[in-house]
Design a protein around this ligand. Sequence first.
Ligand code: NDP
Ligand code: MG
Length: 402
Amino acid sequence: MPAQAAVRRVAVVGATGSIGASALDVIARHPGRLEASVLAAGSRVEALVSLCRKHRPRHAVIADAARYAALRDGLREAGLDDIEAHAGDDALQELVAGDACDTVVAAIVGAAGLPSTLAAARAGKRLLLANKESLVLAGELLTAAAHEAGADIVPIDSEHNAIFQCLGAGSREPGAGSRDLRRIVLTASGGPFRGWTRERLRGVTPAQAVKHPKWSMGPKISVDSATLMNKGLEVIEAHHLFRLPGERIDVLVHPQSLVHSLVEFVDGSTLAQLGLPDMRTALAVGLGWPERIESGVAGLDLLAHGRLDFEAPDPEAFPCLRLAYQALAAGGTAPAIVNAANEVAVSSFLQGRIAFLGIPALVEDCLAAVAGGAAGSIDALLAADAAARDHANQRIAAGALA
Ligand code: NDP
Ligand code: MG
């Protein structure tokens, strides 16, 4: 009889979010093989306790240190005394780097995810990376840290997971040389406003922008999909994961969201990965790799779907994609500036403080106005991130983008 494989102990960081829910769904399908040993959230204690009740981790972490007592008491009241409560960013970093887990699902939204993602990479964990902003902000440092510590990064973003699969998961790791690749093509759904003119986009409300036609996701990435900034961030993400220059990363709008991305090799072969738009597939690839495991996602019935359409993105209506390519070409801290400006812009848009078209306007303004520099250290990157946030907040306070 083959030896029983060790149980993979998984830290789900951002457990209360959309990716967190999908990861926990897949983990729960494989008792004896996968265990959610650490669950971490930002500030929503009740949601975290309720996940603890269901998934029985060994550790629960709330990043907001002020919520420690609430978490401890919540676990006690739920009769979950055997789950250890922790709070604060340092505790989170220690847990993802320590013995409590061998695999980390990095699913915090935004640059806030960088410290724990980096801690997991430095500790040599298998890193299931959904938190694309950490790659945009500090891609070189993060991939170098993972390489040095022997951490395997499995991209969870569906496009990058598709490319990871097309490159031959198991025989080739992401970033392991691109000699035989001609280019990669990231597909984009086009978001809820595909085909809209710039004029029509003026009156877009937050409620319209978070209603994605194909994917069910958290509010920030939903707005990013609506502006196409999500695809821009993904171009930068792909650059770091697969070591390709921007000129060899193309974007194609594919409204059905069934082809998740394509890889073109030098011999003219194009490989694509297809499947229903459900993040559990990508998470199962990461959790099971190099084996394939059940994800709960049905197979693809192409006959029922009928057709696959492709079109070019509209740079006039959706300038964020161009701005991301521009930042990638500029290099250094420019992607960090774009990412930070976009985070401030999206959050202000969701609060009704700026208009939808204020998002690209603010990103463009920050990219031009905030001085860029070399991205040699985390400190330099965080300083650029802070400078961009300051500048963006000043512009919003001045009422320039309402
Ligand atoms: P959600 O908004 O649904 O969830 C965000 C999670 O992050 C929540 O658990 C939240 O906790 C936690 N969080 C927020 N701020 C902090 C913080 N400062 N410290 C610790 N935890 C924090 O986001 P998504 O799940 O949609 O997205 C997560 C990441 O995955 C993003 O980077 C996104 O771009 C990427 N991604 C998502 C996809 C999707 O289908 N959703 C697809 C591809 C990529 P709390 O609930 O307590 O606030
Ligand atoms: Mg994606």
